[in-house]
Design a protein around this ligand. Sequence first.
Ligand SMILES: Cc1cc2nc3c(=O)[nH]c(=O)nc-3n(C[C@H](O)[C@H](O)[C@H](O)COP(=O)(O)O)c2cc1C
Length: 238
Amino acid sequence: MLADEFSELIQARRSVRDFRPDPVPDEVLAAILDDARHAPSWSNTRPYCLAVASGEQLDRLRASYTAAFDASLPLQHLEPIAVAKAALTGGLPDGDFKTWGRYPDDLRPRSMKVGVGLYRHLGIERGDRAARDAQSRRNCEFFGAPSVAWVFVHKKLLPFSAHDAGLMLQTLMLSAKARGVDSCALGVLATWRSPIEAEFVIPARYQLITGLALGYASDNHVNDFRAEHPPITLAEPR
Ligand SMILES: Cc1cc2nc3c(=O)[nH]c(=O)nc-3n(C[C@H](O)[C@H](O)[C@H](O)COP(=O)(O)O)c2cc1C
């Protein structure tokens, strides 16, 4: 493959936030996973595992994740009674990692930029909480994707296991794109572990770090959104 073609493939991959219902054929999924196994990893430990769901199993997961999302809305809105109640009754998100924390001050503007850009693209006003919640909820519907992977990292090899999972995921997403399959990482799914636990046997030493939606982009306007990709930050030489 020419370098130009490789760059083209890399730049063609982007986060898709509305999928057609068409399933990804089993053999295509298998080929993508087969490519992903060639990603490098710390001491070749491959310190991650995936749970991949589609069909009826994915429908059940969609129902569980949207239910968890709906139940968490008062918490997300920081309604004081809801926060106190959730703390007392164990109704807080049960993910292995905190996904709702405030971004570090130097990174916050970057996150704000993509968030504000996406909502503006969708015509959602800053103060329109109902529309924002509805768009957020789409994450927990997996944007209608026909296949979703949940990604777990070995807790005894962090941070390297998380790093290696990232390498594997980008390999997977590029292989998918080369086969016409679009994707969107779904970090928001790491907020809740119990729904995926109900469907797959996940060893306790593996922690849920992100989800990944796979499928075919629809022609919905949301998919015309383009995130910025400024140059990599380079440290100044002394
Ligand atoms: C680990 C990870 C988790 C992500 N989680 C979400 C998510 O929950 N929802 C979402 O819409 N996008 C999610 N994204 C997509 C990013 O917002 C996106 O990659 C970034 O804005 C750059 O845009 P691009 O992927 O279109 O190039 C995630 C990306 C990564 C790498």
